[in-house]
Design a protein around this ligand. Structure first.
Ligand code: PEP
Ligand code: MG
Length: 911
């Protein structure tokens, strides 16, 4: 039998002494909620007592096909007895019953994804006890009906609508509009009806433990209720939406969830009771202010569900009967911030004037808020600059580089709501999650418009460009999820009267009726909705982002620890080069010259490839030389004083030619329309030529350095263009710094031969222009053989740049053009792979990089080593590549800020 502890107590005992066993460091054992409940209890905050069942128990239970591990149920029974003793009350007691909540809590926050059961312990006897204690039969019967409803739905999957319909009918019969107007008698009747619904929808075969006298009955034994509820929470770890959420947030399926069993406190015991969620600072923009919502006389889920419109948290201490608890809560905010040294998010309940803390965690925030909070906390002396830099999630910076409304555009505001998640979005109105998915799949951006979202909407929320709700506060489901995903969101747009069944919205106070497919724009930073498509502009680096990035740069360039790490950009035109500089790139790490042969240049290269006539070919080459020289002049001028690594032509030549299938069709059509053989001869010759160049495996074919060796005219033209452009700029007093890079080298001889040819051309240009050009020559390392023989190759190279896209392709033998659509998703789903190796670099590929770094430096200690594959902009890869010893990463311009931050974090995490 295992000796591991499966249940941990938190809160006080019967003497008021804290008996907490866990702590916030035990996230992976107790889940985030359990670990932080324990921590709050430890630091003396008012936490309703309870116990946490570990995540490992969930993993074992699920792994053994929903069978309890040995001893676990005994430990839970002991914890149940212990809690009853500590509280001096018993579950199910007909005089003074103990009631508990049963909640999930995984190591990483997964808001609303898993199950919760409240008011557990009620049955026909204990409801009487609750009436006696509260002298409030309405409250007691309402709690009981909520329990049956929630338990039936969550634990036994009985359709929630069946209960909602029964409530609606009851309201019709009672002649009232709101649930809160139903009387104690109405609610008592509903309890009986709910139990009947339960009996008719739960199967006796599947749940023999619920059969009493041959009939399925709602369980009255609190211990059975508790066991079933815990099992349901464990089961919810593997529900569809939780799996999807984990996939989205790269959370492992192997962690499991803990279960927290905690004494119930009630926010719905009248006007001196309340419940709410709050943040210690504003999670949308980071302002130092208390932020959140509360509802008087309500239960916790009511706030998040957006069923009633909430009050701002700052009004709590002004609310009659809640003044003291409100002031205490503000004190708790300060205690929590000082303790966690971070912005916290909390859930609380006030029961008849007494404050109880139900949850805290380090709060999720937008990128804008993350920057503001980190900088302000440094100024307050709460954290160091290094900590501030470590705390920003690099991938979140994407949000700040997202588009905003063009300020020069005239916008007519159709409606206003809450600014729940920043960024602007334009799209067609859709009313359901499925329609959002369909719209996105059809390539049509959409805005998901809902009364309020719930966890089942996750797919649609992921697919939509933006989210709009007519209900719910800034801590509603829609707001929290949208902020987490970086999706623009406006919520609580009260003037929107949404009829999802009819797929239309009437906008109160206007004549506007929106239908599915109508175009709208939303700005989640301002909380506004505009009819039609507003032009968007991309954001700039400024203010807080600039500050954090400059701190990150200081860390990257700090020689006192680790090694320096540079950030360059992949850019092949002057506009991108300029943008890269503005975003902080120190150099161009990869200029793919094939991108310079698109548009009207395609014709010239096609002529060069296809002609058999030497004159025509020379002419085409001269034209190419002229346009390439102009290209490089512009690039080097834009990057004056900064290095620009120009890569010689890489792709197979047939990529510049027409699609042979389209050409075949064209010939067949012309033939059918009567074209003569003579007329068709040139096209047929062209087709033969293209067919002759087609390869079965072009990615492993005549490309890269092989092309330069077989057709040396092209690279020579390119080298001449690079050197001539540099010579011209030097003559103008500028400081061009080109470097020449040879792609796809696998053998030393390839590089050695090409290098001498390149050097000869540079010499010629130097002589012709009487100028001295210092142009380093290096190679891409993107084939396994190159890694293995890097010590030899390095003797002919001034630098290496790792092409991790091709290196991933050739190490795995996965086609980079096909694998991601064909089988990688299946590999990910079945856990053959844990992440897509084309996004986050694989450890096997990193080993090859490391081998090449070490071997290369062993023969050429001055070798400059960088990475220019897509991984150069991926934070997780940057960490691994830093450890492998590279000097810089190079990535697309918009990823440069992300890489600057990630590189600093890589250094810090290695310290
Ligand atoms: C690479 O292979 O990683 C690389 C940067 O080159 P390309 O993507 O152009 O093949
Ligand atoms: Mg490559």
């Amino acid at each position: 039998m295992s000796t591991q502890q499966r249940v941990y107590r938190f809160g006080v005992d019967e003497h008021g002494t804290d008996v907490t066993e866990g702590a916030s460091s035990m996230n992976y054992t107790l889940g985030g909620k359990g670990a932080n409940l324990a921590e709050m209890a430890r630091i003396g905050l008012p936490v309703p007592p309870g116990f946490t069942i570990t995540c490992q128990t969930c993993v074992e239970y699920s792994g053994a096909n929903n069978t309890w591990p040995d001893g676990a149920l005994d430990e839970i029974a002991q914890a149940e007895d212990d809690l009853e003793r500590r509280m001096g009350k018993k579950l199910g007691d007909p005089n003074d019953p103990l009631l508990v909540s049963v909640r999930s809590g995984a190591p990483f926050s997964m808001p609303g994804m898993m199950d919760t059961v409240l008011n557990l312990g009620l049955n026909d006897e204990s409801v009487q006890g609750l009436i006696k204690q509260t002298e409030n039969p309405r409250f007691a019967w309402d709690s009981y009906r909520r329990f049956i409803q929630m338990f039936s739905n969550v634990v036994l999957d009985v359709d929630a609508d069946l209960f909602e319909n029964a409530i609606t009918q009851k309201k019709v019969v009672a002649g009232v509009r709101n649930d809160s107007d139903l009387s104690a008698e109405d609610l008592e009747e509903l309890v009986a009806e709910f139990k009947e619904i339960f009996s008719s929808y739960v199967s006796a075969e599947i749940h023999p433990e619920l059969v009493v006298d041959g009939e399925v009955c709602f369980p009255s034994d609190p211990s059975l209720q508790l066991r079933l509820a815990i099992q349901a929470v464990f089961g919810s770890w593997m529900n569809e939406r939780a799996i999807l959420y984990r996939k989205q947030h790269a959370i492992s399926d192997d962690l499991g969830t803990a279960v927290n069993v905690q004494v119930m406190v009630f926010g719905n015991k009248g006007e001196t009771s309340a419940t709410g969620v709050a943040f210690t600072r504003n999670p949308a923009d980071g302002t130092k202010e208390f932020y959140g919502d509360f509802l008087v006389n309500a239960q916790g889920e009511d706030v998040v569900a957006g069923i009633r419109n909430t009050e701002p948290i700052t009004d709590l201490k002004k609310t009659p009967g809640l003044e003291e608890a409100g002031a205490e809560l503000e004190q708790v905010f300060v205690t929590l911030e000082n303790h966690y040294r971070d912005m916290c998010d909390i859930e609380f309940t006030i029961e008849q004037g007494k404050l109880w803390m139900l949850q805290t965690r380090v709060g999720k925030r937008t990128a804008t808020a993350a920057l503001r909070i980190a900088i302000e906390m440094v100024e307050e002396g709460l954290i160091t600059r290094d900590e501030a830099v470590s705390r920003i999630d690099p991938s979140q910076l994407d949000q700040l580089l997202h588009p905003q409304f063009d300020t020069t555009a005239k916008v007519d505001i159709l409606a206003r709501g809450l600014n729940a998640s920043p960024g602007a979005a334009v799209g067609k109105v859709v009313f359901s999650s499925d329609d959002a998915v369909a719209s996105a799949e059809a390539g049509e951006p959409c805005i998901l418009v809902r009364w309020e979202t719930n966890p089942d909407d996750l797919k649609g929320m992921v697919a939509a460009e933006g989210i709009l709700t007519s209900h719910g506060g800034k801590t509603s489901h829609a707001a929290v999820i949208a902020r987490g995903m970086g999706t623009p969101c406006v919520c609580g747009v009260e003037s929107f009267r949404i009829d999802a069944a009819k797929k239309e919205v009437r906008v109160e106070g206007t004549d506007t009726v929106l239908h599915e497919g109508d175009m709208i724009s939303i700005d989640g930073a301002q909380g506004i909705v505009v009819l039609g498509a507003v032009p968007l502009v991309s954001a700039e680096l400024s203010g807080d982002l600039e500050t954090i990035l400059s701190w990150a740069d200081d860390i990257r360039r700090d020689a006192s620890f680790g090694h320096l790490v540079g950030v360059r950009a992949n850019a092949d035109n002057p506009e991108d080069a300029k943008l890269s500089r503005e975003l902080g790139a120190e150099a161009i790490g990869l200029c793919r010259t094939e991108h310079m042969f698109l548009g009207d240049r395609k014709q010239i290269i096609q002529t060069f490839i296809l002609t058999d006539e030497p004159d025509v070919r020379q002419h085409a080459l001269a034209d190419l030389l002229s346009v390439q020289t102009k290209d490089f002049l512009e690039m080097f001028r834009e990057m004056d004083g900064k290095n620009v690594i120009v890569r010689l032509l890489d792709p197979p030549l047939h990529e510049f030619l027409d699609d042979p299938r389209a050409l075949e069709v064209e010939i067949a059509r012309a033939e059918a329309q009567g074209a003569t053989a003579e007329e068709l001869a040139p096209k047929r010759a062209l087709l033969r030529r293209i067919d002759g160049m087609i390869e079965s495996n072009p990615m492993l074919g005549l490309r890269g350095v092989r092309l330069s060796i077989v057709f040396p005219d092209l690279p020579l033209m390119q080298v001449r263009a690079i050197a001539s452009a540099a010579a011209t700029l030097k003559a103008q007093g500028l400081d061009p710094r080109p470097e020449i890079m040879v792609p796809l080298v696998s053998m030393t001889t390839e590089l050695a031969q090409l290098r001498s040819v390149i050097e000869r051309v540079i010499d010629d240009v130097e002589r012709e222009n009487t100028v001295e050009l210092d142009i380093p020559i290096g190679t891409m390392i993107e084939l396994p053989r190159a890694c293995v023989t890097a010590n030899e190759i390095a003797q002919h190279a001034d630098f290496f740049s790792f092409g991790t896209n091709d290196l991933t392709q050739t190490t795995f033998g996965f086609s980079r053009d096909d694998a991601e659509s064909k089988f990688i998703p299946i590999y990910l789903h079945r856990h053959v792979l844990e992440s897509n190796p084309f996004e986050t670099i694989d450890d096997g590929v990193v080993s090859l990089v490391k081998m090449a770094v070490d071997r290369g430096r062993s023969t050429n200690p001055k070798l400059d080593l960088g990475v220019c594959g897509e991984h150069g902009g991926d934070p997780r890869s940057i960490k691994k590549l830093y450890r492998a010893g590279v000097d810089y990463v190079s990535c697309s311009p918009y990823r440069v800020p992300i890489a600057r931050l990630a590189a600093a974090q890589a250094k810090l995490s290695d310290r």
